[in-house]
Design a binder for this molecule. Structure first.
Ligand SMILES: [Zn+2]
Ligand SMILES: [Zn+2]
Length: 124
């Protein structure tokens, strides 16, 4: 096997491919792939965490699928489900606040919103 093929095996195993798929993709015999994986702790009972990328044993009880630990799962969940938050400055009280949407939220609070409306009316 070339270094390139070895690296490829690591890569494909990390993507969750089985020995058969790897062997046909790299045209190496399945047994060679199997042996290489076993020797490098990449056996078929080894999975890679979607959160941190670390290898872990497949059938551990009490662990979420695709993650090495509950901690990693939670971290991943928060990262993928977190909505983009915009730091904005309220034009009424000049306080920084976090808006969930870029357009719809202009004022830090409804209080400031009403203040701005009233201020605007005075100038008319
Ligand atoms: Zn992890
Ligand atoms: Zn404000």
């Amino acid at each position: 096997m070339t270094e390139n093929q070895k690296n490829k095996i690591f890569e494909l195993r990390r993507q969750g491919l089985g020995y058969g798929e790897i062997s046909s993709q790299l045209s190496i015999s399945k047994n060679t792939v199997k042996l290489f994986c076993k020797r490098n702790n990449l056996g078929e009972n080894v999975l890679f965490c979607k959160g941190c990328g670390e290898a872990f044993e497949k059938n551990t009880i009490g662990r979420p699928a695709h993650f090495c630990s509950v901690k990693c799962y939670k971290k991943w969940w928060v990262n993928t489900h977190q909505r983009t938050v915009y730091e904005k400055e309220c034009p009424v009280c000049y306080q920084l606040f976090r808006a969930v949407s870029k357009k719809s939220q202009i004022y830090c609070s409804t209080g400031c919103y009403h203040l701005s409306r009233r201020a605007g009316m005075k100038h008319e």
